[in-house]
Each structure stands twice: as C-alpha cells, then as structure tokens.
Design a protein around this ligand. Structure first.
Ligand SMILES: C[S@@+](CC[C@H](N)C(=O)[O-])C[C@H]1O[C@@H](n2cnc3c(N)ncnc32)[C@H](O)[C@@H]1O
Length: 257
C-alpha cells in the first residue's frame, strides 16, 4: 500500500472516525453504490457541481472505497485518491487497480505529496465532518489548486440538530457529536464534528476561495422509487449541504496558521 509519510514526527491521535470506518469499510463499500442517500441524493448533487473532468487532474480527498474516484476516471479524469483509513485505501486500490493513484494520507496534515498548483479539481464528499480545523485544510487545498481550480465538497447539513438528529448544546460551537449508523449492518457509532453555517463558510473565504454555489438539493425521483418514506422526510428536512468554490484566477498565497 502506498503510504504518504509526512514530516510530522508524531501524527498523534488517529482521525476521529478511524475506528468507526475500520468497522464500516467493507459494508460501506458494498452498499453505497445503491444506498439511496448516497446513490440518489448525495452523489447526484456532488456530480452536478463538477465541470467536465476529462483530462483534468482531480484529487479525491477522503476517497473511501473509491466509488467517486472510479466515476472520475471513467469521465476521463487523472485521479489521485487519498484516505486516512487503511481498509478504505485497500478497497479503493482493489476497485481502481492501476487507473488511479491511491494514497494513505490524512487531510488534517499538510499534503506534502502534492506540489503547488498541480491539481485542477478537489472533491471531498462527506469527509470534512471528521475534521475539526477546516482552515488549514482549505489553505492546503488552495495551495495545490491551479488558479481558477475548483473545490467541491459535501457535509452533513449544519441544521441537522434542529431536526433532532444530534444532541448538541450550542449552535455556535464546533461540537463533537455522535450518531449511530443503522444502514450499514451492525449499528456503528460514528463521531463527527458539527458546526454553524458561518463556521462552514468563513474558513473557505479566509483560505482565499470564492464561493460559487451552495446546494441544498431535494432527493431524486430514483430516491423516491427506492425509499419513499425517507424521500418524504428529505423533502422537508435536508440531510447534506454542498459547496462549490474556486481559487481566484490569480490569487496571493495564503499561509496556514
Ligand atoms: C463517509 S466516508 C466518504 C467516502 C467517499 N468520499 C464517498 O463519498 O464515498 C468518509 C471518509 O472520510 C475518511 N476520513 C475521515 N477522516 C479523515 C482524515 N482526517 N483524512 C482523510 N480521510 C479521512 C474516512 O476514512 C472515510 O473513508
């Protein structure tokens, strides 16, 4: 397995959801191709925010089992996929064979393996929820993107608390929360961070991005056919939140703190 070694002497604690994804990896890989929330809600929305990727260098940041990376390769992208979880990386490598580079690496560490302005598009679907400090991640994405390059990512919707999804105590805080996933076989408690809408958007602006589109999509007709009850709920209560932003065509470099 290709392992990215960064310059940190000590990586410290594992990513917050590492143990959960150790448990989930196999079944997650097996189910998300057809699981309605992924296949007919999250993925169509993320893909709708992408430009033509043919011939573009794309970083799949937090690739999981490589479902997005495979789609991007099929669309003609030159894909680098990375994930912090060794099981996910193995699954992505098995899926992608040698059609894409797959690296074991953490997004909450500098991306030393990517040089400045070497990537056209970064996608990061459903990954940023597991990272507390967003600014340094976005500064890194900004560094590796070409001028005019795009970042597209999705997260759990910041307002989920208000639909009784999480027990949180303070809307304004970046809070560690936990939710028991029951749609992937044996229930697994998955920890993550939830944050306010301003804490979602301001780190992007501080890192030098221009926000082009915010998406709160409705589930698709395919979702309705496959999961009618969840469809009705999602038509009233959003579950995911999507942002497309770009690095300005010519931008001064911004250093992380
Ligand atoms: C919900 S899965 C999403 C996978 C993929 N993006 C998709 O949509 O199919 C979240 C992924 O984020 C990865 N992840 C969590 N924390 C990470 C970190 N600090 N650095 C890199 N990847 C991380 C997990 O290992 C897991 O594969």
């Amino acid at each position: 397995m290709a392992e990215h070694k960064n310059n940190d002497q000590e990586l410290g604690k594992p990513p917050i959801a590492q143990a959960a994804y150790d448990q989930l990896a196999e079944v997650y890989a097996a189910r998300i191709e057809t699981k309605p929330h992924n296949a007919y809600y999250e993925r169509p929305a993320t893909l709708s925010l992408l430009p033509d990727v043919n011939g573009k260098r794309v970083l799949d940041a937090g690739c999981g089992p490589g479902v997005y990376a495979e789609i991007l390769v099929d669309l003609g992208g030159e894909v680098i996929a990375m994930d912090a979880n060794p099981s996910m990386v193995r699954l992505a490598q098995a899926r992608l064979k040698n059609t894409a580079q797959v690296l074991l690496a953490r997004l909450d560490r500098p991306l030393h393996f990517l040089v400045d302005e070497s990537i056209d598009i970064v996608i990061s679907p459903l990954v940023m929820d597991y990272i507390r400090d967003w600014r340094s991640v976005f500064v890194e994405f900004n560094r590796i993107l070409i001028p005019g390059g795009l970042l597209v990512f999705s997260i759990e919707h910041p307002m989920m608390k208000y639909f009784d999804h999480y027990e949180t105590s303070n809307y304004y805080a970046v809070e560690q929360v936990s939710y028991t996933w029951r749609g992937f076989g044996t229930p697994v408690d998955v920890p993550s961070y939830r944050r306010s809408i301003s804490a979602t958007i301001n780190p992007l602006i501080e890192a030098g991005f221009l926000i082009e589109k915010v998406l709160e999509p409705l589930p698709t007709e395919d979702f309705k056919k496959n999961a009618p009850e969840d469809y009705e709920k999602l038509c009233r209560e959003p579950c995911f939140f999507f942002i497309r932003c770009s690095k300005p065509p010519s931008s001064a470099s911004i250093t992380g703190q």
